[in-house]
Each structure stands twice: as structure tokens, then as C-alpha cells.
Ligand binder design. Structure first.
Ligand SMILES: Nc1nc2c(c(=O)[nH]1)N[C@H]1C(S)=C(S)[C@@H](COP(=O)(O)OP(=O)(O)OC[C@H]3O[C@@H](n4cnc5c(=O)[nH]c(N)nc54)[C@H](O)[C@@H]3O)O[C@H]1N2
Ligand SMILES: Nc1nc2c(c(=O)[nH]1)N[C@H]1C(S)=C(S)[C@@H](COP(=O)(O)OP(=O)(O)OC[C@H]3O[C@@H](n4cnc5c(=O)[nH]c(N)nc54)[C@H](O)[C@@H]3O)O[C@H]1N2
Ligand code: SF4
Ligand SMILES: [Mo]
Length: 883
């Protein structure tokens, strides 16, 4: 297939696209008008073309299902089977009560991605791959590709799995997907496989919050967006919704600003969010927020006077928490282990003063003091945290510290007061979903293999044949070192693994070590390029429909008020197949009955999800079926089912592109998190051992003692230095002598991409350069100018080169590494000229398995080698195996 002349527009012409898809070859119907168009000026022609398209085409609601932070309404104008334009929600006037569910710049570029010239269209195999031995495995990542048939591909894959299972056991096959997706279900049917788990999104929030009474999601912990308007001060730790949760969340925050709230953004980067909200920016070093919070707590505790200077909420501390001071410690535990004495340094001899904190976190003493007063108990404060600060090695204690601050100031359970995670679609908007997606009725299955590896050590597990078994977050088991002999790596989609897991450099070695690697995906992304067989998957524009995502396994919802809905937009591209179809072929090749693990087909699963979707009725309590379905709908979908009544008809849902609850401030959907508990803790306990917020948590202590790898974790709000953190940038911390790896490197989620998706889209590359970013003073000291390329080296020797943007938006001493670039590893030097953020990240088995992407150190040098082109001028990776 031919590409556009301008490679940055990674798009195919309408005609070549149709040829490539094998869809109807009809060109778009312009006959009769084409000659008129030719006489017009270019802008007139464009307008006329637009009008013609509108006349001949249909706006179809289309999926935007990436792991991107949002679930917005997107529509494509489809003319003769080809999407020619996109738009977002214009179904109603925009208002605060009933906001449009507008998509971001990425969503509106979906058409360029889904129909991009880089879409994989055929099953393919690495040229020098050989069955069972793998052939020359060192060629992975540099080999050429050959097109093969689906039958060949699935036979090869099934043979490799059979061989591995027979020779080494079921646990020699690892399937990398964090949920029980289609391929995993087939493997469970075949006797099981090794699983992986990770804390990649919420970091430590998913791991430690349940023990002390917090939550990893906004829905349970934040008040409803209408109540946010009652907050006087909104403090955001590591949260940049302008990039990572566009749409509703920024709307909610801007509404709070209009209502008079003051904003404080605590972040190593002066974010677009801070700029949009005119916030006070408090620059903080990555993975040191817990130290900052301890400094604030010191001020609050030592300067509080209930009468003259009330800073703490003693009533809340007494009624709603455990372990604040020696008297409040649970029976049977050491009274010295309480929170207050830790802050005062009574027993460890280290008072956590602002001076102590400033040295670690980089916020000066006076600002720490002011911050403490800014969150004092009498003020209506919303404490919000993104997940970023919790994504660092040894940051298990950060969520506890964050929540501890909310506990001692009592910003929980009352109007205008809240403490919680604010992230992704439901950022700045607490309360449960008001329209809830249903299920696909797949039968329960379990895995007969109990090996499960934290992704931080998957690569070393392949290379060393050992790993630390810990169970997984939510089901931890006493830690033990286990042998593991992995031979097949099945990368079953959803996760890009090589560029997104920690330890990317070892990852390349692991890919080249294991016997067989298969990846099913949409694009020639790094993991696919290092595989033996690659299976092209349909995008969600090519399946009957889903509710928010694929597999009905993850993240299938939007903000609480919106239920996105989409159906098929185009025919499958090339020979692409759905995940369900692929898994069923695999089952057959393994000699299994696919109907046992995956009964039905994509259309039926979609229908079952729709039919079982529910909504909360206007009384705020009753659950009712969401979608009304007629016999005609069922017949048209070709599925089995019964007609039913619902709040919105299937046809309206489809035409509208979703269902949205029309909110009003006095409706029954308001929500104050933890309200019942705070009003009457005895009768409404929260889900902890004590029924209260546990400043000292005995169950967390047990997990730290029995499961955590490494020392130094305290079951109270506290600061634990990261193993790759600020302190490690010094060769002599006491005398403050900087070491070789003098910079901290962290990798925020980047506006241009959804992780590694959207990376090859020209218009997005123009809008966001993809450059590293560093502080102007640091750059000057290293003789680096804006736009120069830099060589970045990690302590394990991993290296990357890209241009750097020099800016004072980045705090000194740091390197901002935008997350998600595709690896481009030079075979000779091992340097990653794509500068993928995971490649430089060290993979570590430490603590309770928190991902370490924001706690990394680096050496920075000016690059003196070959000139590096900006992303807008770089060639795109396109594997063209068309006939
Ligand atoms: N554009 C875009 N949006 C996305 C995604 C994407 O890939 N691209 N991914 C989505 C997904 S899957 C997720 S999990 C969410 C993640 O959502 P978040 O975790 O909230 O997003 P991040 O950008 O990683 O971090 C948010 C902010 O925290 C700051 N930060 C990082 N480390 C620290 C720290 O130690 N202390 C403090 N105070 N601040 C810190 C970063 O500089 C950034 O400004 O984003 C979602 N949204
Ligand atoms: N350095 C660094 N690393 C990070 C982070 C960070 O901030 N910094 N953030 C972490 C976080 S929060 C997350 S969530 C992870 C995300 O990491 P990943 O989930 O690995 O990243 P994505 O780019 O979303 O990967 C999606 C993959 O699924 C494929 N895909 C998309 N749709 C389908 C489909 O319908 N079927 C199939 N089979 N495949 C499909 C795409 O082609 C792509 O390969 O990254 C983590 N890694
Ligand atoms: S935030 Fe996500 S769902 Fe919304 S338009 Fe952007 S990429 Fe799509
Ligand atoms: Mo994530």
C-alpha cells in the first residue's frame, strides 16, 4: 500500500485505503459535482467537499478506547464506508450542569491513527524465526518480516505453547495482560499460565490504601463536583488533568475557580493545569512529597492551639482515626510506633521539621510553613492527589502520608472538605457511576497455575529464572523466592510491555532470550518488532461495538455522568481479526472447544453488555435497566436476547453516541465521601480492621513485615527515601556532594500520546515536540541550548538521545522525560534514539511492587554525535507487507 507523500501525515488516500481494506471498491460518490469543484478556489473546494460529505455521509459515534485518561464522545463522518472527518460532542448546548463530553486533540486524531499507513494488516513472522528453537534469537528487533496466513500463524503459536507445556509445564507460558482477557481464558482452559500483575496506574495507592482506609480511585474518596464548588482551597499533589484527564475534570476545576477557590499545584513541573487555574506552583522533587507532608504535619502539630490557633481537627482525630498518638494506639502494639511521635522525632531522634523536609523535597521552609497554614482545619480544603507521586520505588508510604494530612486536618466527610485521588476520567468528581456498563456473561474461570510475577521483575525472571512470589496487590501472600522457567511470552494486547514496563533495557535482553514471543496488536510498536509472530488486531472501529473498551475487562466507564456508546465504523482493515476471534482460533488449534471459554461471539458479547447495563434512577438509589431493546434491534444485531424496557432506547443511544445524566445541584446524585462514617463512625465503620482511618495500621505492618522486599517501611504516614531517588543523586549525602547520576528523571503522561499510542501522528507531533525538558540554569551549566540533543544515561548503563527543551517550567535538578515514545535502539551502541521512558527505567523487585517510573536518576551530557531531527521530520515506522 502506498503512503501519503508527506510521511508525517501517516494517512492513506481514500481510494488506496478502500483497496487495502478489501471493502467495497466504490470510490466516494462525487460524480456530477467533480467538474464544478474544479472551477472553485481551494478554500471554496474544501467547503464544498465538506458540504458534500455531510450530504452523502453519516456521523457515527466511534470508539476512543485507549488507556488515555478519558472516555469522551467522538464521532466520525463516514462516506461510503470511509471515515473522512471527525467531531466531538455537539448533541446539546454546553453548560455546567449538562456539559458536553468533548474529546481532546488525540481523540480527534483517531481517524489518522486507525487508518494510518502504519496499521498492521496481516499476520507476519520474523524471517529468521524457526519453530521450537526460535532460530537466531539475537535478530529479534532487527529481523525482516514475512507475511503468513492466519492458519500458519495460529498453528505455529499453538505448537509452541503445546511444546512448552509438555516439556516445561503450564507455568512456562506467560501471558502479559493484567485482566483475564480472551487469550488468558483459553490458556486457563488449557491448564493455566503464569500471570503478571502491576501497580502501573495507581502506583502505591492500589497497594497500601485498603489497609489504612483510603482509596485508589476518585469515585469513593472525593465529593461530587457540585460540592467542589464549596471548597475554598484546592491543593493538587502531582495532578495535571489538562494533559492526563482532559474534558470533564478540567471543566469541574474551572467551575470551582469561578466559584472562588484558590489553587495550589505541588508538582516538579509547572503544568498546563496550574497555568489554566492560575495556581500557586510549589515545585517539589519527585518521590519526596511524603517528606514535604511530614514537614507540614510538624508545623500543624507543633503550632496548633485549639483555642488561639486551631490547625488540627481534634474531634476528627479522636473519633475517626487510630494511632495518632501513644494513647490512640491499638492494644497489643508498641505505643512508641504512633504517628505524632514519628513527626516530632521523639524516639528516632529526627524531628520532621520544615528544615528537615526542605533539604529532601526542595520546597523551602517558609513555603512549607505557609502550606501547612493553607490546609489548616478551619478552612474548607480539597486535598487531591494524582497517581504520579505514588509511582516511585519505595513510595508505598506516600498515600498514607497524603491521607494522614487529610485526617489530622479533618478534610474528610464534610461539604467542601475532601481528601482523595483525583485522576483520569472521574478526576475532580466523586460518587459512584450513575450509568453502569453491563457484563458479557462469560463464565467464571480460574487459573490452575499460581505463579504471578510483578512486572517490575518480569524481565529478570526470564533472564535469571527466579522471582519473588508475593501474590498480588489485594491478595498478598508471604514473600518467597521461586524458580520459574519461562519459554513462551504471549503479549496478548492492551499492554505494550517493552516500552511501558520498568527495566526496558533488560526487557530487550529478555525478548532475545526466551524461546518464543507472540504479540497481538495494531501497530509496529516496540514489543511487536521484537517478537517472532505478530497478529494484527481489529481496532474498536472494526468490531460490532463495546462499552468504553475491549474485552469488557478494564476501565469500561467514563465520568459518573456519562455512558459512552459506539458501534462499528468501518470494516476490518486488511486481514485484521478481533481478540475474540483470535483466541477462539487458538483454542481450536490447541484441541479445545472454544465455546467453553468464550461462548458466543463479539456481537453477542456486545449485546449482553448493553442489555445488562443499568442506571441509578432519579431517586438516587434504585437501579434500573439502562437500555430499551426491541425485537427489531435484536434481529438486526443477529444475536440472541429478549426485548426489554430501559431509560433510553438502543436506537437513541446509538444515534446520540452515549447516555448522559442531566445534573442539577439539588438532584439526588450528590455525594460527600465518607459522610456517614464521619457523622457516626461507630455505626458506619469503614473497611479497615479498626473500622477507622488507621494512622497506625497493624494489618499494613503485617504486610510490610511478611511481604515487602527491603527495609524501612513504617505502617504510619512517613517518608521512605526511594531506592533511586533524590538522595541517590549524591555520592555523599551528608556533605551534599553530587554523584555521577546527578539528576532525577521522571516521566509524566504526555499530552501528545496515550502511552505509546498516537505516537506516529503528524499533527500531534507538530503540537507537542516529544523533547526532554530541563531547567534553564541546569542547561546553561552543561552548555546545553534549547533544542540541543542530550545523551541521558541511567545507572544500569541504558542510554537515550533526544533533543531537550530548556525551560523554567521544570524545577532545577530534574529531567522531564515524556512517557510513551517508541524505542529506536541502535544495534551497535544500544542507544535508544527514540528515547522511550521505560528503557531508561531500572526494573526492581522492591517493597510491595510499586512501579518505579517517577523515581529514577540520570546523567545528562550534551550529545556530540549525529544531528537529531525533530520528531516532525523523522521517518515513521511502517511495515508494508501488502500484496
Ligand atoms: N495525555 C495522556 N493522558 C493520560 C495518559 C496518557 O498516556 N497520556 N494515561 C492515562 C493513565 S493510564 C493514567 S494511569 C493516568 C495517570 O495520571 P497521573 O498519574 O495523574 O499522571 P502523570 O502525568 O503521570 O502525573 C501527574 C502529575 O504528577 C506529577 N508528578 C510525578 N511524580 C510526582 C511526584 O513524585 N510528586 C509530585 N508532587 N508530582 C509528581 C507529574 O509531573 C504530572 O504533572 O493518566 C491518564 N491520562
Ligand atoms: N516510564 C513510564 N512507564 C509507564 C508509565 C509512566 O508514567 N512512565 N505509566 C504506566 C501506566 S499508568 C500505564 S497504564 C502503562 C500503560 O502501558 P500499556 O498499556 O503497555 O500502554 P498502551 O500504549 O496503552 O498499550 C496499548 C497496547 O494495546 C494495543 N491495543 C490497543 N487496542 C487493542 C485491542 O483492542 N486489542 C488488542 N489486542 N490490543 C490493543 C495497542 O496496539 C498497544 O500495543 O504504562 C506504564 N508505564
Ligand atoms: S481523552 Fe481519551 S477518550 Fe477522550 S478524546 Fe482524548 S484520547 Fe479520546
Ligand atoms: Mo495507567
Amino acid at each position: 500500500m502506498e503512503e501519503s507523500n508527506n510521511p508525517q501525515v501517516a494517512n492513506v488516500s481514500r481510494r488506496t485505503f478502500l483497496e487495502g481494506t478489501g471493502a467495497a471498491l466504490a470510490a466516494v460518490c462525487l460524480t456530477g459535482t467533480a467538474s464544478n469543484l474544479r472551477e472553485m478556489t481551494a478554500p471554496e473546494q474544501a467547503l464544498a467537499q465538506e458540504a458534500l460529505d455531510e450530504e452523502n455521509g453519516e456521523w457515527v459515534s466511534c470508539a476512543c478506547w485507549w488507556s488515555c485518561g478519558g472516555r469522551c464522545m467522538n464521532k466520525a463522518l463516514v462516506v461510503d464506508g470511509v471515515p473522512v472527518r471527525q467531531k466531538t460532542d455537539d448533541t446539546h448546548e454546553d453548560s455546567t450542569e449538562y456539559p458536553q463530553q468533548r474529546g481532546c486533540l488525540r481523540g480527534r486524531a483517531n481517524r489518522r491513527q486507525i487508518m494510518g499507513a502504519d496499521r498492521l494488516k496481516y499476520p507476519m513472522k520474523r524471517k529468521h524465526w524457526e519453530p521450537i528453537t526460535g532460530g537466531d534469537k539475537s535478530l529479534r528487533g532487527v529481523d525482516e518480516w514475512e507475511r503468513i496466513s492466519w492458519d500458519e500463524a495460529m498453528t505455529y503459536i499453538a505448537d509452541e505453547i503445546k511444546h512448552a507445556v509438555e516439556a516445561y509445564g503450564n507455568n512456562s507460558v506467560v501471558v502479559t495482560h493484567s485482566t483475564d482477557n480472551e487469550v488468558k481464558r483459553v490458556m486457563y482452559q488449557y491448564g493455566g499460565c503464569t500471570n503478571v500483575w502491576d501497580s502501573s496506574s495507581p502506583g502505591a495507592f492500589s497497594i497500601t490504601s485498603p489497609y489504612f482506609g483510603g482509596s485508589q480511585y476518585p469515585s469513593a474518596a472525593l465529593n461530587d463536583r457540585f460540592d467542589l464548588l464549596n471548597s475554598e482551597t484546592i491543593v493538587m499533589f502531582g495532578s495535571n488533568p489538562a494533559w492526563s484527564a482532559p474534558g470533564m475534570p478540567m471543566n469541574n476545576l474551572l467551575a470551582a475557580k469561578a466559584a472562588g477557590a484558590q489553587f495550589i499545584c505541588i508538582d516538579p513541573f509547572y503544568t498546563d493545569t496550574a497555568a489554566a487555574l492560575d495556581a500557586q506552583w510549589v515545585p517539589v522533587r519527585p518521590s519526596t512529597d511524603a517528606a514535604l507532608i511530614m514537614g507540614m504535619c510538624y508545623v500543624l502539630i507543633t503550632e496548633d492551639d485549639p483555642e488561639a490557633n486551631p490547625l488540627l481537627d481534634h474531634d476528627f482525630i479522636e473519633r475517626c482515626t487510630q494511632g495518632y498518638d501513644a494513647e490512640a494506639m491499638p492494644e497489643g502494639s508498641d505505643p512508641q510506633g504512633n504517628f505524632k511521635d514519628y513527626v516530632l522525632g521523639t524516639f528516632d531522634g529526627i524531628p520532621k521539621t520544615p528544615e528537615w523536609a526542605a533539604r529532601i523535597c526542595g520546597v523551602d521552609e517558609e513555603t512549607i510553613h505557609d502550606l501547612a497554614y493553607a490546609v489548616a482545619a478551619p478552612i474548607k480544603v480539597a486535598l487531591m492527589s494524582g497517581w504520579g507521586p505514588a509511582r516511585g520505588y519505595n513510595q508505598e508510604s506516600y498515600p498514607h502520608a497524603f491521607w494522614g494530612l487529610g485526617c489530622i486536618t479533618g478534610h474528610i466527610g464534610k461539604s467542601g472538605h475532601m481528601t482523595g485521588v483525583s485522576c483520569r476520567v472521574d478526576a475532580a468528581n466523586g460518587g459512584g457511576q450513575l450509568a453502569i456498563n453491563g457484563t458479557n456473561n462469560w463464565p467464571e474461570m480460574s487459573n490452575a497455575v499460581d505463579d504471578i510475577i510483578c512486572t517490575n521483575e518480569l524481565w529478570s525472571a526470564i533472564l535469571t529464572k527466579k522471582y519473588h512470589y508475593q501474590g498480588e496487590s489485594g491478595a498478598f501472600q508471604s514473600a518467597e523466592e521461586r524458580d520459574i522457567d519461562l519459554h513462551v511470552l504471549y503479549n496478548s494486547g492492551m499492554f505494550s510491555i517493552l516500552p511501558t514496563y520498568t527495566g526496558g533495557k533488560e526487557g530487550v535482553d529478555a525478548f532475545r532470550e526466551i524461546d518464543f514471543v507472540v504479540t497481538q496488536t495494531l501497530f509496529p510498536m516496540p514489543a511487536a518488532m521484537y517478537s517472532d509472530i505478530v497478529l494484527p488486531v481489529c481496532s474498536q472501529w472494526e468490531t460490532p461495538g463495546h462499552l468504553g473498551t475491549w474485552s469488557n475487562t478494564v476501565y469500561a466507564y467514563s465520568n459518573r455522568e456519562f455512558f459512552p456508546f459506539y458501534t462499528q465504523v468501518i470494516e476490518p482493515i486488511g486481514e485484521c481479526k478481533t481478540d475474540g476471534e483470535i483466541a477462539k482460533m487458538l483454542a481450536e488449534k490447541l484441541g479445545l472447544d472454544p465455546e467453553e471459554s468464550l461462548p458466543g461471539n463479539d456481537a453477542q458479547w456486545f449485546f449482553d453488555m448493553v442489555a445488562t447495563s443499568t442506571a441509578v434512577d432519579t431517586d438516587g438509589v434504585t437501579s434500573v435497566p439502562l437500555v430499551g431493546i426491541t425485537q427489531e434491534d435484536i434481529d438486526a444485531l443477529g444475536v440472541m436476547g429478549e426485548p426489554q424496557e430501559g431509560l433510553i432506547s438502543y436506537q437513541d443511544l446509538k444515534a446520540n453516541g452515549g447516555y448522559q445524566v442531566h445534573r442539577t445541584p439539588d438532584d439526588n446524585y450528590g455525594y460527600i465521601a465518607y459522610q456517614a462514617f464521619v457523622e457516626d463512625p461507630e455505626n458506619n465503620p469503614i473497611n479497615t480492621e479498626s473500622g477507622k482511618f488507621e494512622l497506625f495500621s497493624p494489618s499494613l505492618k503485617k504486610v510490610y513485615d511478611e511481604v515487602a522486599i527491603g527495609e524501612g517501611f513504617l505502617p504510619i504516614p512517613s517518608y521512605t527515601p526511594s531506592i533511586d531517588g533524590y538522595e541517590q543523586t549524591f555520592s555523599d549525602w551528608e556533605n551534599q556532594v553530587k554523584g555521577e547520576f546527578a539528576f532525577q528523571r521522571w516521566s509524566p503522561h504526555y499530552m501528545r500520546r496515550a502511552h505509546v499510542m498516537f505516537d506516529q501522528i503528524g499533527v500531534l507531533r507538530e503540537a507537542f515536540s516529544g523533547n526532554f525538558m530541563m531547567n534553564a540554569d541546569d542547561a546553561a551549566a552543561l552548555d546545553i541550548a534549547d533544542g540541543d540533543a542530550i545523551l541521558v544515561t541511567a545507572p544500569n548503563g541504558a542510554q537515550a538521545v533526544r533533543p531537550v527543551t530548556v525551560t523554567n517550567r521544570v524545577m532545577p535538578g530534574l529531567l522531564l522525560h515524556p512517557h510513551g515514545a517508541w524505542n529506536e535502539i541502535d544495534a551497535e551502541t544500544g542507544i535508544d534514539f527514540g528515547a522511550n521512558s521505560g528503557y531508561l527505567t531500572t526494573g526492581r523487585a522492591v517493597g510491595l511492587g510499586v512501579i518505579g517510573t517517577n523515581s529514577q536518576i540520570a546523567k545528562i551530557e550534551k550529545w556530540t554525535g549525529e544531528e537529531q531531527l525533530p520528531d516532525t521530520e523523522r521517518e515513521l515506522l511502517i511495515i508494508n507487507l501488502g500484496a
